[in-house]
Design a protein around this ligand. Sequence first.
Ligand code: DOR
Ligand code: ZN
Length: 354
Amino acid sequence: MLKLPGLIDPHVHVREPGATHKEDWDTVTQAALAGGVTTLLAMPNTKPPIFDEATLTLALDAANAKARCDYGQYIGAGPDNADIAAALAPKAAGLKMYLDSTFGELRLDDMTLWMPHFQTFPKLAPMVMHAESRTLAAAILFSTIYDHPVHIAHVSLKEEILLIKAAKEKGIKVTCEVCPHHLFLSTEDIPAISHEHPGRGEVRPRLATKEDVHSLWTNLDVIDCFATDHAPHTLLEKDGENPPPGFPGLETMLPLLLTAVDDGRLTVEDIRQKLHNNPKRIFNLPEQPETWVEVDENAIYEIKATESFTRCGWTPFEGWKVKGRVTKVVLRGKTAFEDGKVLAEAGYGKNIRR
Ligand code: DOR
Ligand code: ZN
C-alpha cells in the first residue's frame, strides 16, 4: 500500500451555479475524493460568473451545503471589477484572468483592462492566468512590471514551457501547471477519442503535437503543479452542434500518473511535490490534519466512465489500462472514501479561506 498526502487540484470547473446538469458541488467533490483529491479550487466561469460579492456568495453557499471535500472559489477578472475583486481576495482562492478566450462577462478585450487587476489585487493572493502562446509572454511581462507573482494555467506547448523555464532562470516569479490530458494525449489521439464525434476531442488549450507533449515530459522540473482542468460537459453536448471544449479529469489523473510512475517516467516524489507541496505553497492553503490517500499500487484495471462519479458520463481515457487504484481517503480524521464508495457526507467539505 502506498500512502500519499491529500491531493490538491487547483483547476476545476464545478458548473454550479448554472449548469448542474453537467456537474454540481456534490458530484464534483465525489469525483475528487474518488481521485484522491481532498482540496479543489473552483473556476469562476459559471452561470452567472463569479465576479462580485453576490455571485461569490452564491457559489460558496452551494459549496457549503454540498461539498464533500475541501474547496476554494476563484473570482473572475472582469472589465470593471478590479476593486471589488481585490476586496474579496481574502475570501477567494485567487483571481482568474482569461487573457485569450472570451468567456461571457469575464472578457478582458485589451491590456488596459489587465492593468487595474495587476495594480490592485493583493500581492500575496494568487493570480492565475489563462494565457496561451504569445499571450503568456505578455502575462509574464505584466508579472515583472507590476511585481506580482503569476501562476500559468494548463501549459501545453513547447514554446510555453521553454519560456517559463527561461523566466524562472531570470528569477521572475512565475509558476505553472500542466494537465494530465496534455501529458498523455496528443493530436494523434483525437480520432480514437472522437469516435466519429469530433466534439469529443475539443479542449482548450487544444491537444498538442507529440513534440509538445515530449517537451513537457523533458521539462518536468519546470512544472510546479499537476491540475486536471476538470471541465465536464455531457456527451449529448459534446456530440451536438457547437460542442463545448473540455474533458473531465478528476478520477483519471492519479491512476494515469501512477501508471507513469510504474513506467519509470515519473516518481512518487514528483506526485507529492506537484499535487501537494507546491500547490499548498503557491495557493497559501491551510494544513489538513489527519488527511491522507491510500493507493493499491498493483491494481491493474481499465478506465470506465460507467464506474465514475462525475455527472458528465464520459472520459477521453475510456478503456485505457492503468495501474494504481485509490482504495481509501481519510480527510480530517474521517474516512471520506473507501472501496469505491464515497463516505463523506454532503456539507463535510470546508472552505479553505474560512
Ligand atoms: O476546455 C476548456 N473547457 N477550456 C477552458 O478554458 C474552459 C473549460 C470549460 O469551462 O469548459
Ligand atoms: Zn479551465
